[in-house]
Design a binder for this molecule. Sequence first.
Ligand SMILES: OC[C@H]1CNC[C@@H](O)[C@@H]1O[C@@H]1O[C@H](CO)[C@@H](O[C@@H]2O[C@H](CO)[C@@H](O[C@@H]3O[C@H](CO)[C@@H](O)[C@H](O)[C@H]3O)[C@H](O)[C@H]2O)[C@H](O)[C@H]1O
Length: 331
Amino acid sequence: GEALKTIAAGRGLTYGCAVFEKTLRDDARMREAVLREVASIVAGYEMKWRPTAPAEGRADYRAGDELLRFATDNGLALRGHTVVWHQNPPLWAIPRLHGREGEELVFAHIRDIMGHYRGRVREWDVVNEAVNVPEGRPDGLRRWGPYERGYDFLADCFRVAHEADPDAVLCYNDFGLEYDRIDQAAKRAAVLRLVEALKARGAPIHAVGIQSHLIAWYPFSQGVFRKFLADLAGLDLRIRLTELDMNERKVGGDIGKRDRFGASLVRRYLDAALDEKAVTGVLTWGLSDSENWLTGYAPRLDGLPQRSMPLDEAFERKPIWYALASAFRNA
Ligand SMILES: OC[C@H]1CNC[C@@H](O)[C@@H]1O[C@@H]1O[C@H](CO)[C@@H](O[C@@H]2O[C@H](CO)[C@@H](O[C@@H]3O[C@H](CO)[C@@H](O)[C@H](O)[C@H]3O)[C@H](O)[C@H]2O)[C@H](O)[C@H]1O
């Protein structure tokens, strides 16, 4: 039947997924499935600061360039992930990531990578996961060296990004924003304060990425989530669901029951999300369970692999694929 990218496009939505350059090169089934199903790809790791700056002053964009060639040759978009992130800074930079020098190292990286992909990567997660309320800062930001100046520094990151590529859509991306839990309510409020502060400083932020790493046993309220999306849209921000997958670590029963349950949660989530017209992009953090980070990160108690992606390890369409398809059709 129709592919997800076509069904999504029929509703003005872009469907994409995370990929790894090595897998696309080595696994013909993954390549085929990506070419069939998605309109946009994002690098799972290869375009982050550590792998792209192995030594000071020496950039390595080979893997990202390969992904860009694959995307361009096949009419796909390549989404940029991610520029400023407290995880995976280059080892050589870590001792110097504080104060003015720390800021300059970050700004230089923004200029380098966005300059290299200028006009070819149309959208970037400029800043990723900067909010962590439990760390106790009044602004809710992480206690990461470069974040010392808080909102002012992050505003500068978006300005430097805009200078590096004036045509790129600039995104703030984060996780833990989806569920009706006290910690996530506090995080939603902190992210709203952050984007309001960036807007108030005139920073060129265009979109927010809601990672959407769904968790099968967390409480989801369509009303609470719709309100958050409306608050973001009210700030004239576009919204993407950037890393959707289903953590079903604790879900028991046979495979059929697990898959149907996971798919029903994905559908309920998307029905709320796609009601918001500012949501124009949906990406899954993978496409097939043959390459599923959750199996390693959140192993099931029964030792079976997680079933988190639209396609199973044999690249067959799962109930999650059909949940995405019907949610897109009804958007
Ligand atoms: O954690 C899940 C999401 C959460 N949101 C942000 C998003 O960026 C994040 O994605 C995960 O982000 C993680 C950290 O960057 C990625 O993990 C990296 O994944 C890379 C590719 O597999 C690993 O790199 C390999 O590491 C090996 C051993 O060190 C080396 O031998 C390989 O050459 C190298 O490619 C990195 O160590 C490992 O840290 C995961 O694949 C990726 O799924």
